[in-house]
Design a binder for this molecule. Structure first.
Ligand code: PMP
Length: 417
């Protein structure tokens, strides 16, 4: 009898039958508050009526308008809609299906655009599971182990992680930028460096926001040395952090922006955005794929962007994020095993530590599992899997946040007693 491979690891035992807004309904008859949102994907909630209607209408018209063969209307509309939200200089777009593919596309564009081979990544960064993306991923050895040899030409620089060292943010940032300069002197010369790629908030690496000095420091170094700043906004984009893009917090703009996840409410589509001048340095036909810019996914993305605008979801993420954060801090104040609460907007993490302040993945796992019993779905992140993250749909209101916080308090109590 065939079965799903045991290599799949599922974070909860829930069998999902139906989704609606911030909730999933299980085959066990229970309603679960979904603070995973399909790993930050269902930005407009599960099955938002407008996204459903747009997708259904498109399914009846054209499902697969293969984009290296023909142009289609939903793709044209998506390009126009993204023009409303992207920095004006990122006026040239290309699409694929997943975050990993978009990371690879950005890497290829950076190498072709600069004629340089190497790439600098931040330690703790997650960029995906395909070979190049896994080579650039340092959020946990579990994403690399058994996969060697990985791609050459990747150099790793520190990300400011103040909490780990008990530093203040300024010290962590000064350290990270000094190490970056040292890396350019000792491992990859500027002339060999195509790009530095970074997430505005380390995602899988532990929900650690960057800061303005760090991001501006990277921007300034990229400009000075002629390499590109690539921002992986796969998890931080489309309102997740309480601004439309994560980089909006830091006053820097990338040369290449990578988007996926929340852009289409669950339909698989990803993209890269850059200036037309940069895109022209890649030859026509150098990127593509059978399913890229799928017509139904494009229609869902256009509807998603409309819902984000009409329902003011970016603002809502900021407001609800503040409420969620205040609640998480209040739980942490009563439980010293939660050493840090951090994040931006509706991308928040609670870090579990032991009595010595060391990462405590066991307690985080117990709490995450207890939360399922409380009807709250959560995921872990961080190298030691000791950070419990919350990434609810951006449509949550006060009642949903408070319901989540009640379940969270109960789960923390159950998991730590
Ligand atoms: N980059 C970031 C920042 C991500 O969070 C992820 C997925 N968690 C990826 C890339 C990879 O995306 P995908 O799983 O769609 O390949």
């Amino acid at each position: 009898m065939t079965a799903l491979s045991p290599l799949l690891r599922q974070a909860t035992p829930v069998v999902a039958e139906r989704g609606e807004g911030p909730y999933l309904f299980g085959a066990d008859g229970r309603r679960y508050l979904d603070f995973t949102a399909g790993i930050g994907v269902t930005s407009t909630g599960h099955c938002h009526p407008k996204v459903v209607a747009a997708a259904q209408e498109q399914v009846g018209k054209l499902i697969h308008g293969q984009y290296t063969t023909v142009m289609h209307e939903p793709l044209r509309q998506l390009v126009a809609a993204l023009g409303e939200v992207l920095p004006p200089k990122l006026d040239s777009l290309f699409f694929m299906n997943s975050g990993s593919e978009a990371v690879e596309a950005a890497l290829r564009l950076a190498r072709m655009g600069t004629g340089r081979p190497n790439v600098i990544v931040c330690q703790g960064g997650f960029h995906g599971r395909t070979v190049a993306a896994a080579s650039m991923t340092t959020s946990g050895t579990r994403f690399r182990a058994g996969f060697a040899p990985l791609m050459a030409g990747v150099h790793v620089t520190p990300f400011p992680t103040a909490f780990r060292y008990g530093w203040d943010e300024e010290t962590a940032t000064r350290f990270a930028l000094k190490e970056f300069d040292y890396l350019l002197q000792t491992q990859t010369a500027p002339n060999d460096t195509a790009a530095v790629i970074v997430e505005p908030v380390l995602g899988e690496g532990g929900y650690i926001p960057a800061n303005t000095a760090f991001m501006q420091g990277l921007r300034e170094r990229a400009d000075r040395h002629g390499f590109l700043l690539v921002l992986d906004e796969v998890q931080t984009g489309v309102g997740r952090t309480g601004r439309f893009w994560g980089h909006d917090h830091f006053g820097v703009e990338p040369d290449i922006l990578i988007t996926a996840k929340g852009i289409a409410s669950g339909f698989p589509i990803s993209g890269i955005a850059a200036s037309e001048a940069l895109m022209r340095k890649a030859w026509p036909g150098s990127q593509g794929g059978t399913y890229g810019a799928n017509a139904v996914a494009c229609a869902a993305a256009v509807a998603t962007l409309e819902v984000v605008r009409e329902e003011k979801l970016v603002h809502n993420a900021e407001q609800m994020g503040q409420r969620l954060r205040a609640g998480l801090e209040s739980v942490a104040a009563d439980h010293p095993t939660i050493g840090d609460v951090r994040g931006l907007g509706l991308m928040l993490g609670s870090e579990f530590v032991d009595a010595d302040g060391e990462p405590d993945g066991k307690t985080a796992l117990r709490v995450q599992q207890a939360a399922v019993g409380e009807g709250l779905l959560l995921l872990l992140c961080g190298a030691a899997n000791n950070v419990v993250r919350m990434i609810p749909a951006l449509v949550v209101d006060e009642n949903v946040i408070d319901e989540g916080l009640r379940a969270w308090r109960a789960a923390v109590e159950a998991g730590t007693s």
